[in-house]
Design a binder for this molecule. Structure first.
Ligand SMILES: Cc1cc2nc3c(=O)[nH]c(=O)nc-3n(C[C@H](O)[C@H](O)[C@H](O)COP(=O)(O)OP(=O)(O)OC[C@H]3O[C@@H](n4cnc5c(N)ncnc54)[C@H](O)[C@@H]3O)c2cc1C
Length: 416
């Protein structure tokens, strides 16, 4: 079945997140938010319940901070439910060395969080360290790849020649010239991860509210005062904009210009009914033209297209054909697998390719955490840690992330 919208392309493993568990109107009865007269109070409000907002809620709650997360729809209903869930710290080519370093730290932090979340909630994130293979058709392709690549430092990889590939990856095309094998690379089920962050945050005292429409930021000359929504007002000391692609609109409310543009991606899932004589991949193939990701729910996900400027969630027959063609070249067994579904999601990109993470200096108390483009699942854990460190008083300079500051847009004249 082709889904017209990016709606949860995964079977959630373990207990699911209880939707609509809380009502904003019930805030006054809540014990961990203080109430003054008619207005409720939360120390920090996070706007947006994708993987980034939920990871921040998790980190803040685990440090004992008072947090309210408001989501206009459901937890993990934006880009986070469309992702492949790869934690490709060694395989991605990062434009900035800071992002490569952050990606490695974040991948390892996610493995630590997995233990914490599992002990707290019993939820399974489908997080596994199965390693990635980047295969090449010829020596020429390998040389071009090496010439193009920015990210070389800190990458953990082994070179597998043709006979090693044939021995270690029986399911890969027998004509493969050779491949890089990156053993530390990992992948997770993105909806399960996002929901697990939300659920764990809640168990540590955070409030998570879904279906909260029409959020208006309230700021005055002293800075952040709170939010007004269709269902009531909450005052706070800090607001964190973690609304993915819609972060830009929220910033417009307070006169900020932090542009974000859509890059649509289409994906599909297949399922191998039996092992089909060793045909099912047991590691991710991260090729130049396609990725093939065996998931913990038994499916194999294939992605992804990259269509700048597109915001719709349709999936074209041409894209499905192209992705299946590329995937079945590398993993011939895919031709015999069952087609499960296809979906599309929208990546939030920024003009300089870096996310906006940090304090918005013009408005005391306002922080941004959006624009993670194609690596938001990977960078979720480190983003949570950085934001929590900043709320505790560390500066972007101390953390080493000045390059990500939202104020860079005011310093440079960046146009969309
Ligand atoms: C096809 C595809 C494949 C991808 N594969 C990978 C991958 O393998 N690995 C990886 O690391 N990343 C991957 N990504 C990128 C990743 O999905 C994103 O970077 C990440 O999900 C962004 O998370 P987010 O929380 O910022 O945004 P979102 O998940 O979009 O969450 C933002 C949330 O904010 C809510 N919101 C918006 N406005 C408001 C408002 N006014 N009030 C309240 N709530 C609001 C939205 O409803 C939404 O739930 C992929 C993306 C796509 C599309």
């Amino acid at each position: 079945m082709v889904q017209s919208k990016a709606s949860q392309p995964e079977e959630v493993i373990g207990s699911s997140y209880d939707q609509n568990k809380f009502e904003l109107l019930a805030l006054s009865e809540n014990s961990n938010l203080s109430k003054t007269q008619e207005t409720c109070h939360a120390e920090t409000i996070i706007v947006g319940g994708g993987v980034i907002g939920c990871a921040i809620a998790f980190e803040l709650a685990s440090r004992g901070r008072e947090v309210l997360l408001v989501e206009q729809s459901e937890i993990a209903s934006g880009a986070s439910c469309a992702a492949a869930g790869m934690l490709a710290a060694d395989s991605e080519d990062f434009a900035h060395p800071l992002m490569a370093k952050a990606a490695h730290e974040s991948r390892e932090l996610l493995h630590k969080h997995k233990e914490q979340i599992s002990a707290l909630t019993g939820m399974d994130l489908g997080l596994r360290r199965n390693g990635f293979i980047t295969p090449f058709r010829s020596y020429g392709d390998l040389s071009k790849y090496k010439d193009r690549r920015n990210t070389t430092s800190g990458v953990q990889q082994l070179w597998w020649d043709r006979s090693t590939v044939q021995r270690k990856a029986l399911w890969l095309n027998r004509d493969t010239y050779g491949a890089y094998y990156r053993s530390l690379e990992s992948e997770a089920l993105p909806v399960s991860l996002t929901r697990a962050y939300a659920r764990s945050a809640e168990m540590m005292g955070a409030r998570i509210l879904e279906g909260v429409q029409d959020v208006r930021l309230i700021v005055d000359k002293h800075g952040v005062q709170g939010i007004m929504t269709a269902r009531g007002e909450v005052c706070c000391r800090h607001i964190i904009i973690a609304a993915g692609l819609q972060g830009e609109q929220l910033m417009h409310q307070v006169g900020g210009t932090l542009p974000s543009s859509p890059v649509k991606g289409e994906m599909l899932a297949v399922r191998f009914l039996t092992d089909q004589a060793g045909g099912r991949p047991d590691r991710t193939v991260y090729a130049e033209d396609v990725y093939i990701v065996p998931k913990a729910n038994g499916e194999v996900w294939i992605g992804a297209t990259s269509l700048p400027g597109r915001k719709d969630h349709s999936v074209s027959a041409n894209s499905v054909q192209r992705l299946l063609g590329a995937a079945s070249y590398w993993v011939p067994g895919i031709k015999e697998a069952d087609f499960v579904r296809a979906w599309a999601g929208i990546r939030p990109s920024t003009p300089d390719g870096l996310p906006y993470i940090g304090k918005y200096e013009q408005i005391p108390g306002l922080y941004t955490a959006y624009g993670h483009f194609r690596n938001g699942i990977l960078l979720s854990a480190i983003t949570g840690r950085w934001i929590a460190d900043m709320l505790e008083g560390k500066s972007a300079e101390e953390i080493g992330i000045e390059a990500l500051s939202p104020d860079r847009m005011n310093r440079r004249e960046v146009m969309l």
